[in-house]
Structure formats: C-alpha cells, structure tokens
Design a binder for this molecule. Structure first.
Ligand SMILES: [Zn+2]
Length: 251
C-alpha cells in the first residue's frame, strides 16, 4: 500500500483496542484483506461520523507508516446492508461472506474479483420482499464462488478423469477440491454428492453470484452446504463459525 490511500473498503470485523481505539479488518479490491488501527474511534466521532461496524461498506482513508502498521484515518458509510442484518440466518450468511474474505488468501487480480462478488452477494441478501434471496442460497453461492475464484473448484461439474456424466453420484475430494465420478475418485477423504446435488453445485459454479436471484429451495441449498462444509473448512484451515451457526439454525 502507498503511504496514504483513499478507497472503498468492506469492514469485515471490528474489535475494541486499548481505551479509545478499534482494530478493524477490512477487504479492498486493490489490497485484499488486512488489519488497520482506527485511533480514537471510540472516543471521538469526528473522523468516524457513523461509527465503525462489521458488514459495512465505507469510503475509507488509510495511511501506512510501514507495511505492517496501517492506520484507518477516516471512514464514511456508503452501505450498511441493514436488511441483511435483520434476522439470524441472514446475518449468518452475510458473516460467512466476511469470514471467507478474512480467511482465504487472495492475491493480485483475485482480490478485485472477490470484492465484486462479495458486494453482489451482500446486496442480494439485503433486498426486501420477493426479490430477497434465501440466506442458504447466498451462503452456498459465497462458499462455492470463493472456492472457484481461488481455483480450488473447477468452473463446471465434470469428472476430472473421464468425460462421462455419471448417474451414480459424484465425489468431491475434501483436500484438493477435485470432482470426479464415483468410479474415478478416491472414496477416502471425499464427500459423496448425489446427482441432484452435483447439478445444484454445477449451477452455482456456472452462474456464480447471479445464481441466488432464482435460487432453488433453501432446504436443497442447506443440504448441499452441509456436504460442502468439510471442504470449505479445509480451504480456510479451520472452522467457519458463521457457517456452523447457519447450518444449526432451525429449521
Ligand atoms: Zn470419471
């Protein structure tokens, strides 16, 4: 990062720090995910008129004395995603978008792509009425699109070893993200997907962040998310708390 920068940033998390400061984790199209200190943000509202909150898009100014020490010098809210924070499931799905951005290691052109996809997904979660997207569909798209953008999942469901479409089911290797028909994969360390689940996964892989607009029923998305959880947690090298909370929420 140059010594000072003005950019749009998605606030991923906010943690109180010392008496008057906050430590924020942000994601930007240019710099990906990084931490910054917001001095006096708990004591004075002059540079942070709307305060600082997670899952919020801000116009931000940063300054860096060294690459390891970045200061958030001001932030003005552009988008609060208020509706995405109105119920537990939606908040879990929005938090999953942030958690994935925080825990995946994106570089170069990947960061701009992920930034755009994250804002589209949060925007879809934030819509009201019959254009609203189910939290399960948005969460499924978030996980699969991030894995695809980082080249852990292919752009389409197709056996990596043969071109046949298999009726018996599919294997997703949890460690590598390789997709195969049941005849060509290793059953150990794999998640077994039914043909219906593979076709839903294919739809998310191909349509990506446009997918939830006409998403299938939340139960199908939730069932597939449940299957993909070990793979996604392997991808970020630890538990995804927001995904666990979404999957365990009723019904
Ligand atoms: Zn095969």
């Amino acid at each position: 990062m140059p010594r000072t920068a003005q950019t749009t940033a998605l606030i991923l998390s906010v943690t109180p720090y010392r008496d008057n400061d906050m430590m924020v984790r942000v994601f930007t199209a240019e710099g990906g995910s990084f931490s910054a200190i917001a001095y006096r943000s708990r004591a004075s509202r002059s540079r942070f008129p709307s305060g600082l909150d997670a899952i919020t898009l801000v116009d931000a100014a940063f300054s860096a004395t060294t690459p390891a020490r970045i200061t958030l010098t001001s932030a003005t809210v552009k988008e609060l995603f208020w509706n995405a924070k109105t119920d537990f499931s939606r908040t879990c799905a929005a938090s999953l978008v942030c958690e994935l951005l925080m825990k995946t290691h994106a570089h170069g052109a990947e960061t701009a792509r992920l930034f755009v996809h994250a804002l589209v997904l949060l925007g879809q979660l934030d819509r009201e009425g019959d254009r609203a997207v189910s939290p399960e569909a948005a969460a499924l798209a978030a996980g699969v699109v991030v894995a695809r953008d980082l080249a852990f999942l292919p752009g389409k469901v197709q056996c990596g070893r043969c071109s046949q479409m298999n009726e018996g089911g599919w294997l997703l290797q949890v460690d590598t993200g390789e997709l195969t028909c049941t005849q060509h994969g290793r059953a150990s360390g794999a998640v077994r997907l039914s043909t219906a689940e593979a076709s839903l996964l294919d739809r998310v892989l191909c349509e990506g962040d446009k997918f939830p607009e006409s998403g299938p029923d939340p139960a199908a998305c939730k069932a597939l998310l449940d299957r993909l959880q070990p793979f996604l947690e392997r991808l970020v090298d630890g538990p995804l708390r927001s995904l666990g909370a979404l999957l365990s929420s009723a019904p």
